[in-house]
Write a protein that binds this ligand. Structure first.
Ligand code: SIN
Length: 472
């Protein structure tokens, strides 16, 4: 079995620590072991990132850009190897793992360019004896805490803009998926990114989060994960008024109008629901379909769902891999059982498959009191509910504490835009089931988070604004 170590200040560390197994969710077999750290490693990583910050932030943007670009090239060269590790530790199909490496690396390539575009401003003063300048500077050391569902992209979406801005980072990936993270950080070192600029540790999430929150040298915390954990981290960050970016849970509604292109809507829903076996924050969680096309839409969707192949991710033909663990599969099953008890009909699927697999499932006759209509299922189940009047659909779509992604399908763009204006969501896919992309701002309204990742909006999260008043 392979052993991986943490990387602090460019050195492999943790050999002397207790080890945990990384397990393949497709067959429950251990594939590697990693050291399991806590407070000591969190402090050492913060020391390294703090010590390297001045040098890194004082390099020219062009130099940082070139090093980040080199990192991108090395990830490309090692794409197959990282994708396979990702499939083995996370479960997603290999074709999706390759897609995630491209997506993750898209952030690196985009921010390598953006490093050169951190522009300041000159603002007209109110007297001729003054000048007003605005300049942007790196926030400082950033703590990056990431989930298991996108083991590469959730890291690069944070680390690439942080590095481009001149920040240094300490990363704690999810303990289920540390291998992808460690491989990415090794390649950063190979690319010539100086020791200490990127550090990665594995260990006790609570202890590490609390240690980093208490450390005033860490100026910002960025987290992707559940809303309850995000709230705890935000509370901890408040003690030192640490800046936070949070990308939290979602419960995406899909509104399908009677005038949509039904095939386009079906394909969009398949993408929005079944990517990563439904384990994404932007997953379609509930469909509201115009009652005039409900029958045709549902029939076509069922046909497509029946074609999805559930199997181990390493098989090239797999569409849906295993869920991450027993807790995840129990949750999915309990949502289906709750819906059925309250009157839902299973149109297709509805069963566990041996191991951590679950059949892709469509539910009809659903009502808003069912758990799956309110809570994030994080699995391959999709409830469908008809509507008569689009305003009713919008009201139901907005009736959620979450506000991350939403989707609308219509061939009438004017209608679509009017609906979008009313949706309380940070992301809307209009005739698009896969809106995530490196150059666009990703993030949510309400309890889905704070801040944006991706694009120039994502860069601002790692920059302080300094105003200089010059008396002449
Ligand atoms: C997430 O599930 O948190 C991220 C999904 C994406 O980037 O598309």
């Amino acid at each position: 079995m392979d052993t991986y170590e943490m990387i602090i200040n460019g050195k492999n560390v943790g050999n002397n620590l207790e080890k945990i197994h990384v397990t393949n969710p497709a067959n429950n077999e251990p594939i590697a072991e990693v050291p399991y750290g806590g407070k000591n490693e969190a402090v050492s990583a913060a020391d390294a990132a703090y010590q390297s910050w001045t040098d890194w932030s004082e390099r020219s943007a062009y130099e940082r850009s070139e090093l980040i670009r080199k990192w991108y090239e090395l990830i490309n060269e090692n794409k197959e190897d990282i994708a396979l590790s990702m499939t083995l530790e996370q479960g997603k199909p290999l074709k999706e793992a390759r897609g995630e490496i491209d997506y993750a690396n898209g952030f690196i390539s985009w921010y390598a360019e953006e490093a050169k575009r951190v522009y300041g401003e000159i603002i007209p003063a109110s007297t001729t004896s003054k000048r007003i300048f605005v300049q942007k500077q790196a926030v400082g050391v950033v703590a990056v805490i990431t989930p298991w569902n996108f083991p590469a992209a959730m890291i690069t979406r944070k680390v690439a803009p942080a590095l481009a801005a001149g920040c240094t980072v300490v990363i704690k990936p999810a303990e289920q998926t540390p291998i992808t993270a460690i491989k990415l950080v090794k390649l950063a070192k190979e690319a010539g990114i100086p020791d200490g600029v990127i550090n990665v540790i594995v260990g006790d999430a609570k202890e590490i989060g609390e240690t980093w929150n208490a450390d005033t040298r860490i100026r910002k915390l960025t987290f992707t994960g559940s809303t309850p954990v995000g709230k705890l981290l935000m509370k901890g960050a408040a003690n030192n008024v640490k800046r936070v970016s949070l990308e939290l849970g979602g419960h995406a509604p899909v509104i399908i109008l009677g005038d949509c292109d039904i095939d386009k809507a079906v394909n969009g829903v398949i993408q929005a629901k079944f990517r990563n076996a439904g384990q994404t924050c932007v997953c379609a969680n509930r469909i509201y379909v115009d009652e005039t096309i409900q029958e045709e839409f549902t029939a076509k969707l069922i046909e497509k769902v029946r074609e999805l192949k559930v199997d181990q991710g390493v098989n090239e033909s797999t569409d849906i891999g295993p869920l991450i663990d027993r807790v995840a599969i129990d949750k999915v099953d309990s949502h289906v059982k709750d819906a059925v008890e309250k009157g839902a009909t299973i149109e297709v699927g509805g069963n566990r498959i041996e191991g951590l697999f679950y059949e892709p499932t469509i539910l009809s006759n659903v009502s808003d009191d069912m758990i799956c209509m309110k809570e994030e299922t994080f699995g391959p189940i999709l409830p469908i509910s008809p509507f008569k009047d689009v305003d009713e659909a919008i009201t139901r779509a907005n009736d959620s504490d979450f506000g991350l992604a939403s989707y609308v399908f219509t061939e009438n763009i004017t209608k679509g835009i009017k609906i979008i204006d009313k949706l309380e969501y940070g992301i809307v896919g209009l005739n698009d089931g896969l809106p995530s992309t490196p150059q666009a701002p990703f993030g949510g309204y309400k309890q889905s988070g704070l801040g944006r990742e991706g694009g120039h909006h994502g860069m601002d999260e790692y920059l302080e604004v300094k105003y200089i008043s010059l008396g002449l």
